[in-house]
Design a protein around this ligand. Structure first.
Ligand code: G
Ligand code: G
Ligand code: MN
Ligand code: NA
Length: 253
């Protein structure tokens, strides 16, 4: 309840900001960044995002928070791209509450146009919990977003029960292999077999395969060998402030 109260208007008080975690390809080149929201209220200190995002969702604050996240991330990344002369993707985590807003697809389109970012450089990350809402409606919204040239990514792939059916029914361009598989890749034969299977499934559906939570060179080599396309994790970089992302770009041609 206290979190719910303090969260109200937090974006207007400047307590909410974005971090960006790099995603690289197998040659180490920057492919894109995932926007991750942060909240640091003076009364509580740093609150983990999964916690306050959940509060925002059930207290009717997700539209305000979500709009702030989208606007902020699009604007910061557009600024960084124009000042650095680099072009790369921006992945946004979009919750089911946001996808259920009437006219979400139109709103997103307007925001992207206003930012000047290329539509092909925008990725919408969804999770399996879109199934808690009307799947046909979710599919229609995602089709509309996809038709604008925005790419759709399924986050935390392999952790739920329905990953496979979603792959058949939604316009997906990318799947993110959940960190739990990457974590145990080296010592656990089952995790390795799962990762191989996910890559094979992804290949069949012609989607880009992103490995999450890559922390070691051994994991990277293994993932590379089984055929992942993109990598994200502390091995390359932790989530960075906009300012730190500028430095990261300067240091990487
Ligand atoms: O760093 P990490 O702790 O950022 O993020 C934890 C979880 O919080 C993510 O897996 C994701 O589910 C959620 N999250 C982070 N940023 C966002 C965001 O901008 N929007 C939504 N909806 N969820 C986010
Ligand atoms: O949206 P999603 O669940 O995918 O968010 C990614 C989460 O994983 C964020 O909380 C981010 O900070 C975290 N993360 C990203 N890379 C690593 C990593 O290499 N190790 C660990 N422990 N966490 C990571
Ligand atoms: Mn994500
Ligand atoms: Na994830």
């Amino acid at each position: 309840a206290r979190i719910e109260q303090l969260l109200r208007g937090a974006e207007k008080r400047g307590e909410i900001y974005m971090n960006y975690q790099p995603q690289v390809d197998s040659s180490g080149r920057l492919h894109g960044v995932e926007a991750l929201v942060r909240w640091n209220p003076p009364e509580l200190g740093f609150v983990p995002p999964d916690q306050f995002v959940a509060v925002a969702e059930h207290s009717g604050q997700m539209t305000a928070l979500g709009d702030f996240i989208i606007d902020n991330a699009l604007q910061e990344i557009a600024d960084i791209q124009s000042s650095s002369g680099r072009s790369f993707c921006l992945s946004l985590n979009i919750s089911v509450k946001q996808l259920s807003e009437p006219d979400f697809a139109d709103k997103l389109q307007e925001k992207i146009v206003a930012s000047g970012l290329a539509f092909v450089n925008v990725v919408v990350e969804i999770t399996e919990n879109i199934l808690i809402d009307d799947v046909e409606r979710m599919r229609a919204v995602l089709e509309q977003i996809h038709a604008q040239g925005i790419r759709i990514s399924l986050d935390d792939f392999g952790t739920g029960y329905s990953s496979l059916s979603l792959l058949r029914h939604l316009p997906l361009d990318e799947i993110k292999i959940d960190k739990s598989f990457v974590d145990h890749l080296i010592e656990d034969e089952t995790a390795l077999r799962m990762a191989r299977n996910i890559v094979a499934i992804g290949r069949n559906y012609n989607v880009t395969l992103v490995a999450e939570g890559v922390e070691t060179e051994a994991q990277l080599e293994c993932l590379n060998q089984i055929g992942c396309d993109l990598y994200q994790g502390y091995y390359f970089s932790r989530p960075l402030s906009a300012e730190a992302l500028r430095c990261f770009l300067d240091e990487r041609p």
